[in-house]
Design a protein around this ligand. Structure first.
Ligand SMILES: Cc1cn([C@H]2C[C@H](O)[C@@H](COP(=O)(O)OP(=O)(O)O[C@H]3O[C@H](CO)[C@@H](O)[C@H](O)[C@H]3O)O2)c(=O)[nH]c1=O
Length: 342
């Protein structure tokens, strides 16, 4: 089996490659990644010298390159992780989100049509459904819930999902889509809530919590997400959408306090800052379909997963120090400088 993993040098993609290499050591894995700010070859260090692994640097929007990769490798399965994924960046500058997330997906699916494929799997997000109110804990999104994205990022992911389903209907492309909740774990770029808070706390820097900190996310360990995708690409039905969630809803302030406690740092480091425009209040997924079709449910508890993630960041300082000593601080200053002064 040959699997083309796009965006495989990013957080979830690289965790997926590690997961698949261990689970299916006989598979050939080809990783196509543009190595943007969020991609890092160090995430793939242990894979790079394996014979059944190939890394190709390139953009999924580059049709000529994508066709060349298909011509040479003839993958059986494509798993598309390649995406611009950070909501705050999409609010600052939406264009690259539309290009990579929508056009990139189209180029990949065109290559699948041209060269043939057993499965094209689109990695999507729970954010395509929009948000839920805090005072209705009984409500959750199912795969049938309407799409109502709030940010340029989530609108680009929802657009791509629609395109994937259109390619299935019109060209009978064998597709599946998974929509996952908030991931955490090793190799996550420190612009996202959990790694950003861990690194700031280690440095005794203020922890910028948006708005009142009561927004709720459903957290899943990245390894549980990888396991679910592995099941879907092998056993999932063509043309189907699957919600993948952690069944672990937490307010942001609760998560931040847990991190401080684990690191033995004071809550006085918390700084409430100006809210994200259009900030989604709550995400919650109904994962009955994954449970019923595959007997899947998330295995890693949040307490255990968060503790091991904090340990990973403490033990891999080189990894994130290299990042924060690069362009990162410019980004941080731009996003947080004014907010932290207010
Ligand atoms: C970075 C940052 C975030 N936050 C808040 C905003 C959110 O309510 C929550 C999580 O923020 P983020 O880590 O940016 O993640 P969020 O916007 O939920 O989106 C993530 O989760 C989505 C899945 O739900 C993915 O599709 C996105 O690619 C991923 O970025 O924490 C803060 O309060 N302060 C911060 O500095």
């Amino acid at each position: 089996m040959k699997i083309l993993v796009t965006g495989g040098a990013g957080f979830i993609g690289s965790n997926f490659i590690h997961y698949m290499m261990e689970k299916h050591p006989d598979y050939r894995i080809i990783c196509l990644d543009k190595l943007t700010y969020a991609g890092n070859l160090r995430n793939l260090e242990s894979a790079l010298n394996r014979e059944n692994f190939r890394f190709i640097k390139g953009d999924i929007c580059d049709r000529e390159l994508v066709y060349k990769v298909f011509e040479e490798e003839r993958p059986d399965i494509v798993v598309n992780f390649a995406a611009e994924s950070h909501v705050d960046r999409s609010i600052e500058d939406p264009e690259i989100f539309l290009k990579t997330n929508i056009i990139g997906t189209q180029v990949l699916m065109d290559a699948c049509r041209k060269y043939g494929i057993k499965r094209f799997h689109q990695v999507s997000t729970d954010e395509v459904y929009g948000d839920l109110p805090l005072d209705r804990p009984d409500l959750k999104f199912t795969e049938k819930s309407p799409l109502k994205p709030s940010s340029p990022y989530s609108a680009s992911k929802a657009s791509a999902d629609l395109l994937v389903m259109a390619y299935h209907r019109t060209y009978e492309l064998p597709v599946t889509i998974s929509r996952c909740s908030n991931n955490y774990g090793p190799y996550q770029f420190p612009e996202k809530l959990i790694p950003l808070m861990i690194i700031n706390a280690i440095h005794d820097r203020p922890l910028p919590v948006y708005g009142d900190g009561r927004n709720v996310r459903d957290w899943i360990h990245v390894k549980d997400h990888c396991e679910a995708i592995d099941l879907i690409i092998h056993e999932g039905k063509e043309g189907e959408i699957y919600n993948i969630g952690g069944e672990n809803e937490r307010s942001n302030i609760e998560v931040v306090k847990m991190i401080l406690k684990e690191l033995g740092k004071p809550e006085s480091l918390i700084k409430f800052v100006k809210d994200r425009p259009g900030h989604d209040r709550r995400y919650a997924l109904d994962i009955t379909k994954m449970k019923e079709e595959f007997g899947w449910s998330p295995k890693i508890s949040f307490e255990e997963g968060l503790r091991s993630t904090i340990k990973w960041y403490l033990e891999n300082r080189n990894w994130w120090e290299e990042i924060i000593n690069g362009e990162y601080m410019k980004y941080y200053e731009k996003m947080y400088g004014e907010r932290l002064k207010e």
